[in-house]
Design a protein around this ligand. Structure first.
Ligand code: ADP
Ligand code: MG
Length: 364
């Protein structure tokens, strides 16, 4: 996939940014706090309609402005597309979404149209942040490549919310809960099968990449540990746990409790990993995501790299450079021009350099 054109209006500190891209590698160079990550964030939003920084539209909206607007034009094996996102602060007005000029009302129709993989220092959260962060990592990228997965996940969470509301209601007849069990089971089992299938493939790429990145030192496993192993198990556990769930007021079994284990034979990486090891794990997870998407889609997702290279030692940078050479189009942020060679080494490729200062972007 190639992003050809990006327009931002009142997006964080970008009042008016309008950029055409015609190179495989695009660099945003500038001091801290000038608005580089904001551009990466904006591109990523066309992929998931959400900020990778996990913040609200009001955080993104430029301070004091009534609306933000963003537009992207991109091409892939599916042809050329134009996506627009408009947000108004006024209460009751929903975010406006357009694809090729047509208004889109369902978020699910847009998510995954543009496919990006973002490398960011905050990826460390996937490693350190507990089961929810690891599930979020997996869900995000599965949702981008599989619409049915994304829809099932939204539906599962909706059912879960209803079921939890009933569990909290002390006057609720337990019989009322049964239909929700069936729905949970139906959506949940699809999600579990998909997670299992994909993680089994992703783990091989992850293991191999981490092994190389760590100078053949870290040989860690990535293991999917589903909370329920199949429909019968799920059904039985939902019934067994009903009294307990009513006592605590939420559902304690299901795919929202799945665990993704990363570690050696005995312990999870959180218990023994050094910062350097954890960083390598985070980068290997993102690389596995990228490579899996690439082979699954037979098209290159767009690579967004926010400031991660400087955290790596020289040896590890080399492996990163190989990844860059293998991608379709990549966007990078770096604080100085020297940082560019850290990313590309001796690669002979077309590149575009932009200087970012106080939300304004100029050719470098
Ligand atoms: N909603 C907003 N409105 C205006 N400016 C914002 C908003 N949110 C963040 N900023 C500004 O954006 C800048 C940070 O941009 P960022 O892209 O993270 O910087 P960096 O170049 O270091 O990556 C800060 O100066 C911050 O004040
Ligand atoms: Mg930044």
């Amino acid at each position: 996939m190639i992003l050809n054109h990006l327009v931002l209006k009142n997006f964080r500190n970008h009042s008016e940014t309008d950029l055409y891209f015609d190179s495989k590698l695009v660099f945003f160079v500038g001091d801290n706090g000038e608005g580089k990550t904001n551009i990466i964030e904006a591109i990523g939003m066309f992929s998931t309609l959400k900020s990778f920084r996990e913040c609200s539209d009001n955080d993104i909206l430029q301070w004091g402005q009534p609306y933000y607007y963003m537009k992207s034009e991109f091409s892939s094996s599916m042809g050329e597309k134009v996506m627009e996102i408009g947000y108004q602060k006024e209460e009751g007005i929903k975010k406006k979404l357009k694809l090729n000029g047509n208004q889109i009302t369902k978020r699910t129709d847009l998510v995954g149209e543009l496919k990006c993989v973002i490398f960011s220092p905050s990826d460390l959260k996937i490693v350190e942040g507990g089961p929810a962060e690891r599930r979020r990592f997996l869900d995000r990228f599965l949702s981008l490549i599989d619409k049915k997965y994304f829809i099932s996940l939204l539906e599962y969470n909706k059912v879960l919310k209803h079921r939890n509301a009933l569990l909290k209601d002390k006057n609720c007849n337990p019989k009322e809960i049964v239909p929700w069990n069936n729905l949970l089971l139906e959506k949940g089992m699809f999600i579990k099968e998909k997670r299992e299938l994909v993680l089994n493939q992703v783990k091989n790429i992850f293991k191999e990449y981490l092994f190389q990145l760590s100078g053949k030192k870290d040989d860690l496993d990535l293991v999917y540990k589903p909370n329920v192993v199949g429909p019968d198990d799920f059904h039985t556990k939902l019934n067994q746990k009903l009294d307990y769930d009513r006592k605590v007021g939420f559902t304690t079994v299901g795919i929202h409790r799945d665990v993704i284990y990363i570690g050696d034979k005995n312990r999870d990486i959180t218990e023994f990993g050094s910062q350097g090891q954890k960083r390598s794990v985070a980068i290997s997870l993102r690389t596995a995501e990228f490579k899996y998407m690439q082979s699954y889609l037979q098209d290159d997702p767009i690579l967004l790299v926010d400031d991660v290279i400087r955290e790596l030692d020289i040896k590890r940078r080399r492996h990163f450079i190989e990844l860059v050479g293998d991608c379709g189009q990549a966007f990078f942020t770096t604080t100085d021009l020297d940082g560019i060679s850290d990313y590309i080494g001796n690669l002979k490729v077309d590149k575009q350099v932009y200087l970012v200062k106080d939300g304004k972007v100029e050719n470098g």
